[in-house]
Ligand binder design. Structure first.
Ligand code: AMP
Length: 398
């Protein structure tokens, strides 16, 4: 880890301004429906509290678009955090301002203050330097444990760091960078990447960056149909990105130079419509009917993908293999989650990125079987594209 981490500092008596990603899903009545993101940061928060630091937490929640929106207050998060830590967590009325500064300054060692939603201020996403300076006034030292927003140069992830001598990574940030970084820089071979999801367009740069590094590139999901079209197959009414067919063809040819082997589906599930009530059947990919839609990978593809996944020592998965939101079309995604879990049990390193793949793994009850499930969908994709994440770059070098 080239950056300073929480292990490099003792926080005793210091006001520790900590950026976390508490952007948790809420129900219509404002209840937290999944507190994973809060739980994942506990090791960092507990280290700061054990050191007798004064913990000041900042996060965004939802998309209030720069305006105060009571339904997106971090109050319920502060309450949940208090239950998880077993100590009181006080709630600030805002994230900047005189009263908030007074609250931060009167904290005692081992106490916790949660600031109100950063995105109630448009200056947060605009990375406004005055706003960043106001945030910075609240702390003596800065910790970033919010990998999920590290790909955005916002006031709380980038601007604020200019006002601190020491800006360090929390444990969650460290864990994300360790797994994703090793996969890109020094993966154990064979390295198998499994990509799915709706479109090629969102993942072109990931494919380009991974091609020279992986041994096998398995393609499923909606994006497989543009690749199949590029190979001359008829794909019926399946998802197609017309303007990407040529690029798909060029990418498929690149493996000859790069050494990675593309593995495309050999069969798929087709449906009359994308709904639970649809008539479905399994067809080889050269027999997709004109009036049907490809919605999942088929059993022979599952067998082929599983065999390759079982050989892998590093496994990277992003994006569902089919329209997994509909149970009937979720079999391919579930089977891939199971195959990755089995390979992990036999010693492979598995990294799952992206909210949909993580949700599919959770639904199959396999979350604990994966080596690492990334908490940041967008951030992990940008990292895999080979981009520098501004929130990481801004931390202090070791
Ligand atoms: P992404 O955000 O690009 O990872 O895409 C995730 C979405 O891809 C999910 O909502 C899936 O329903 C969708 N998807 C997966 N396979 C297909 C398919 N064959 N046709 C249409 N959409 C698909």
């Amino acid at each position: 880890m080239p950056k300073l981490t929480v292990d490099d500092l003792n926080f005793n008596g210091l006001r520790v301004l900590t950026r976390v990603d508490f952007n948790v899903p809420l129900s219509e009545t404002g209840e937290i429906t999944d507190d994973t993101r809060i739980r994942e940061t506990l090791p960092t928060l507990q280290k700061i509290l054990r050191d007798k630091g004064k913990l000041i937490l900042m996060s965004h929640l939802g998309r209030p678009k720069g305006k105060r929106d009571p339904s997106l207050s971090l109050k319920p998060v502060a309450k949940r955090l208090s239950e998880l830590l077993g100590i009181p967590v006080s709630m600030a009325p805002d994230c900047i301002g005189e009263e908030v500064e007074r609250m931060a300054n009167s904290l005692k060692p081992g106490e916790v203050l949660m600031l109100e939603n950063l995105r109630f201020h448009p200056e947060e996403e605009a990375n406004d330097p005055t706003f960043a300076r106001q945030l910075a006034r609240l702390g003596d030292v800065y910790v970033n444990d919010a990998f999920g927003t590290a790909h955005r140069a916002h006031a709380s992830t980038e601007g604020v760091t200019k006002f601190f001598k020491k800006c360090v990574a929390g444990y969650l940030m460290q864990k994300e960078l360790k797994f994703l970084g090793k996969a890109l820089e020094n993966p154990e071979k064979p390295f198998v990447a499994i990509l799915g999801g709706a479109k090629i367009s969102g993942k072109i740069d990931v494919i380009r960056n991974l091609l020279p590094k992986v041994d096998y590139l398995l393609i499923g999901g909606g994006m497989m149909f543009t690749f199949l079209k590029a190979q001359g197959f008829e794909i019926g009414k399946s998802l197609l990105e017309n303007d990407k067919i040529r690029l798909a063809g060029e990418l498929l040819n690149q493996d000859k130079k790069e050494g990675a082997q593309w593995i495309l589906p050999v069969d798929c599930v087709v449906a009359s419509e994308v709904s639970e009530a649809a008539v479905t059947r399994v067809v080889p990919i050269h027999e997709i009917p004109q009036d049907m839609i490809g919605v999942d990978i088929g059993p022979q593809t599952i067998a082929k993908f599983t065999e390759i996944i079982h050989q892998g020592k590093t496994l990277l998965w992003n994006g569902p293999m089919g329209v997994f939101e509909i149970d009937k079309f979720a079999r391919g995604t579930e089977a891939i989650a199971r195959a990755i879990a089995e390979a992990t049990e036999k010693g492979a390193i598995s990294i799952v990125g992206g909210g949909d793949s993580a949700a599919a793994v959770a639904k199959a009850g396999l979350t604990d079987k994966m080596s690492h499930i990334s908490t940041g969908g967008g951030a992990s994709l940008e990292f895999l594209e080979g981009k520098v994440l501004p929130g990481v770059a801004a931390l202090t070098d070791k």
